[in-house]
Write a protein that binds this ligand. Sequence first.
Ligand code: CTP
Length: 405
Amino acid sequence: MSIAGKRVLLIISGGIAAYKSLDLIRRLRERGASVGCVLTRGGAQFVTPLSVSALAGEAVHDDLFALTDDSGMGHIQLSRQADLVVVAPASADLLAKMAAGLADDLASTLLLASDKPVLVAPAMNSQMWRHAATQANLATLRGRGVRQVGPAAGDLACGEVGEGRLAGVPAILSAIETILGAPQPLAGRRALVTSGPTFEPIDPVRYIGNRSSGKQGHAIAAALARLGAEVTLISGPVALADPAGVRTVRVETAREMLAAAKAALPADIAVCAAAVADWQVVNALPQKRKKEAGAPPPVIELAANPDILATLAAPGPLRPALVVGFAAETENLREHAAAKLARKGCDLIVANDVSPASGTFGGDHNSVVLVSATGAEPWPRLDKDEVAARLAAWIAAALTEGDKI
Ligand code: CTP
């Protein structure tokens, strides 16, 4: 896989492992990539700008304010000119800044301004690595589409033994090659993805909702974007960060979700992963319902919500070429999914088992069966990110080869 001609922006933050980034620069250049380098203040304590610039063959950037002298090369351009931003080593401090969206020095500012894929290679003391704050920061970053390589386990510079060593240069190189060399079969295609629950208000403080976390739908949006699609993610209320490289539209009710989905047309691909509430409250009140002593409990009147999947799948000039629905079932998975495929008019149903024993709702894994007109394809129990990656690849194959549907 060649990375010749690609440009990597390498951010070197503080840590004894910073010296290994010098070798990384050499290896990248040997492979024909150009490397722009940014040294954080911490990074400059461990490697000198002179050694970095000598290996990179170009000037090092190490101060936000130096850029004001150079009007053509602000932090925005610095990150935009790169194909990939690599943070190696990524200190606990810089990871925390990235998770919080801080922009108080050159490295954090261009990470916030970047629209390119980001790969982090964490390196730190094992206690710092295991700390809940670091793990939460990385989970946030991964949720936004940031890729991670390492850390490895072994002897640490602080004298302790454990996890926290910078991944080896070969492992970092191979992660870079995977990202930069990845094919983009969905380049030029537009996709819309619905995700999460919808909330149907009863009054300004109460609503009818469900337990969908949005993890699967958000992962699918990110996976389609990684294959080059221009993705609009229409998300109900979720506690997840907006994925990187995706346009996210936040909605609350099913009607808002339908309006946002229609606004995202025309599209080549529609994936309806949202757990849309089946009913809306007709007698919702603009003020909070009050308890009245001795009065009977209120009666909530419901009316059917629009079916977003069926609306998108209906024949017409704006129907996406591939419409994918999900079926959340607790029993007779395949039969119910096949019936849903016909009823909704879509091309594929991803049927998943949401019985309480499956742990699917809110969990990190999913057991799915793909049901289309050509039959059923059961997949093994997989991480939701893995389900998303495989589904995006399935969609790309179906659209480009036309062999699935
Ligand atoms: N869906 C939708 N709009 C709705 C209801 C469902 O877009 N108002 C979509 C979901 O995003 C999912 C598929 O339809 O892709 C199946 O949803 P599900 O709730 O499992 O099925 P229902 O249609 O509600 O049928 P049932 O309640 O009989 O299982």
